[in-house]
Design a protein around this ligand. Structure first.
Ligand code: GLN
Length: 284
């Protein structure tokens, strides 16, 4: 009979050896996997180290551990990831929400008053993490979320239901192409793909398993951002705001793209690692 403690120790050793994870991260992942299989909390597993696992659960655990050892992201195996304090269902049809993207949400919240119906658009919503977080924190906001992938929209709609959010409208659209500029938005946000097609990171870690169209954007990574900055202004109210995430080395180019399109107050903001991560501009 294998005890929880021994199982967790062995899994941690394997995870850190095969995936080069730091020991505490490997330990946490082992614990998350076992907790998922047994439907038990981390605390329960840690406070019952001598408890034995039965054969069926052991087989399920071994199978999930093997998927993780093959490099599959833990978020896809568990089917969930926390973002801005909310839990999102994720599948390999959507990008896994990143902590860096919380900066985009924080900045957007400053432009969305609590007690006023503000029209907000999220371009390339994926799991819906950005749109649904904004909609939850600003219940008066009227949020439209688009994605070109029906599979992604199914995940986002699932999340809207699970989070009991009713002020997000999902639309299938290739960026702004299916939207009507007659009804403009006050705030447009996006975490578009921004990785250059030859970037070696695409062949590493979690990124290998994520949807390519959510990551990669032309030879310089700026194809989607170019399209968004060119087209978004027609869909913004006067004084409206465009904010989007980008790569750490794309800040200056993003500001230049906004200025070239006539936006004012183009500014770049740094994430918690001190890296350029979000650029915003206003429609004058
Ligand atoms: N920040 C992600 C990464 O580099 C990329 C996300 C994106 O392209 N929007 O892993």
């Amino acid at each position: 009979m294998t005890s929880f403690a021994r199982l967790l120790r062995d899994a941690r050793t394997q995870l850190s050896a095969v995936l080069s994870l730091e020991s505490n991260v490997a330990g946490l992942e082992a614990n998350m996997l076992l907790g998922h299989v047994l439907n038990q909390s981390r605390t329960y597993l840690l406070t019952n180290p001598e408890q034995a696992i039965d054969a069926v659960n052991l087989a399920v655990f071994e199978a999930l551990l093997q998927r993780r050892l093959n490099g599959e992201p833990i978020a896809y195996i568990l089917g969930r990831r926390e973002f801005y304090g909310l839990e999102f269902y994720v599948t390999s049809d959507v990008l896994i929400p990143r902590p860096e993207t919380e900066l985009l949400v924080e900045l957007a919240l400053e432009y969305i008053p609590l007690n006023q119906p503000t029209r907000v658009l999220d371009l390339g919503t994926g799991s819906g993490a950005i749109a649904l977080t904004l909609a939850t924190l600003r219940p008066q906001a009227l949020v439209t979320a688009i994605d070109s992938s029906l599979h992604a929209l199914a995940v986002a709609r699932h999340n809207a239901k699970a989070l009991d959010v009713h002020n997000v409208y999902f639309i299938e659209s290739d960026w702004l192409n299916s939207l009507d500029p007659a009804i403009p938005f006050d705030v447009i946000v996006s975490n578009p793909p921004y990785i250059a097609s030859n970037d070696p990171h695409l062949q590493q870690g979690d990124l290998r398993f994520e949807p390519r169209q959510a990551l990669q954007s032309g030879a310089d990574g700026l194809q989607a951002i170019r399209e968004i900055t060119q087209k978004a202004s027609t869909f913004l109210t006067r004084g409206g705001h465009l904010l989007f995430e980008h790569g750490y080395n794309q800040g200056a180019q993003c500001i230049a793209l906004l200025l070239a399109q006539g936006y004012t107050d183009a500014r770049c903001f740094r994430d918690f690692n001190g890296l350029d991560r979000v650029t915003s501009g206003n429609k004058s």
